[in-house]
Design a protein around this ligand. Structure first.
Ligand SMILES: *Cc1c(COP(=O)(O)O)cnc(C)c1O
Length: 387
């Protein structure tokens, strides 16, 4: 069969569902039979499994990754007058949560190769109002946590890992979320561990933060109908927990398949002569090629997204889509340039690496159930574009 007829979606969740359908359907049916939908034993079972997976003492199931960030920062008492250092090149939820609590996001530019916060630039952003450093482990690769923790200790700051895209990513064999004071996970369906709807998790080794988070997710209630603090409805429901508990034992295998797909992209792109070194990025001319994502020393990348650079990004996207290859821009406008953050006073040029990533990057299909022929097809279509 000619590869011409092969369509490659950016993401197809159906094969994963079909492979686990009997267990998933049974787990959902059990929750329905119990009629116990909010928190309760199914949620507690998944929390224990998730804490174990992240190598942390406590896990608190919440309604989304965004709510995990909100609950974690509320537990730390972050609010009006506080500054939180984070990346301007991330999903909106990170900076949005900081802002919703009345605090101010302070952006620090990213490194071009990992797309993660450039730790060498953090110290210059610390003021006497800084309370938290909130690195984002973007696309499934961890930011430099040893350096971030060192800075945090020196300046007496707290650390929250936004690991929404990085559950199971590791650095020097330690999992994401086991470095900071708290870690936040999302189980949005497109993440490596995805539920059948919205849900998230806060994980921590700190028993006091864990207790406060547990109260905050349920209106600050403890004991029942007595409220020492004002929280919200940030509860995890049992249907999501049941689904996630079935999927978690398979997660490491899915990570490995994503990594094998990434390796195949590298092999095929290099054979086709379209793989370029990151050192060409500053020249602005990628010489009819693309820059593929790499894994930094000591990191175990879980490739939630496989994001390349192209100096002809928008035309390449048109060509991919015309050939039935799915792709997406994560993210087309850095956060410091978003209209809602105009009051923060940033301007174009403030974070050049983030702005360039927003202009030149695009995500290719990487999900675990991709067939090798589909990856071959993607590389063929890209090679054809430059020919
Ligand atoms: C997905 C995501 C979030 C938010 O998670 P939701 O579950 O969609 O609320 C936050 N930060 C990052 C980096 C994300 O990718």
């Amino acid at each position: 069969m000619s590869t011409l007829s092969i369509a490659v979606p950016l993401l197809d969740l159906k094969p994963q569902y079909l492979a686990l359908k009997p267990e998933l359907d049974a787990a959902v049916a059990d929750v329905i039979a119990s009629q116990y939908f909010i928190l309760g034993p199914t949620v507690e079972k998944f929390e224990t499994a998730c804490a174990g997976y992240c190598n942390t003492q406590h896990a608190i199931g919440v309604s989304s990754g965004t709510d995990a960030l909100i609950v974690a920062m509320m537990a730390m008492g972050i609010g009006e007058g506080d500054e939180v250092i984070t990346s301007p090149y991330t999903f909106f939820g990170t900076a949005g949560s900081i802002t919703r609590l009345g605090a101010k996001p302070v952006f620090v530019d990213i490194e071009p190769d990992s797309f993660n916060i450039d730790v060498s630039k953090i110290a210059a952003a610390i003021t006497d109002k800084t309370r938290v450093i909130a690195p984002v482990h973007l696309f499934g690769q961890m930011a430099d946590m040893r350096a971030i923790n060192r800075l945090a200790r020196e300046h007496d700051l707290l650390v929250i890992e936004d690991a929404a895209q990085a559950i199971g990513a590791r650095q020097n064999d330690r999992p994401a979320c086991s470095f900071g004071h708290m870690g936040c996970l999302s189980f949005f369906p497109t993440k490596n561990l995805g539920g059948f709807g919205d849900s998230g998790m806060v994980v921590t080794d700190d028993a006091e933060y864990a207790n406060i988070c547990r109260q905050l997710r349920n209106h600050g209630m403890e004991p029942k109908y007595f409220h020492a603090r004002v929280g919200g409805n940030f509860r995890l429901d049992a249907l999501q927990a049941a689904v996630l508990d079935v999927k978690l034992p398979h997660l490491n295998n899915w990570h490995e398949r994503r990594r094998a797909n990434a390796a195949l992209y590298h092999k095929l792109a290099s054979e086709a002569g379209i793989s370029r070194d990151i050192s060409l990025l500053d020249s602005g001319d990628l010489q009819n090629g693309i820059i593929l994502p790499t894994e930094k020393d000591g990191n175990y990348h879980i490739y939630n997204q496989f994001v390349i650079y192209s100096d002809q990004r928008d035309a390449l996207i048109d060509h991919l889509r015309a050939n039935n290859v799915g792709c997406e821009i994560y993210y087309p406008l850095a956060l410091h340039e978003q209209e809602c953050f105009r009051l923060l006073g940033y301007k174009r040029g403030d974070f050049p690496n983030s702005e360039r990533a927003a202009a030149m990057s695009l995500a290719l299909p990487i999900f675990p159930d991709l067939a090798p022929e589909q990856i071959t097809r993607v590389v063929e279509v890209i090679t054809d574009f430059f020919a």
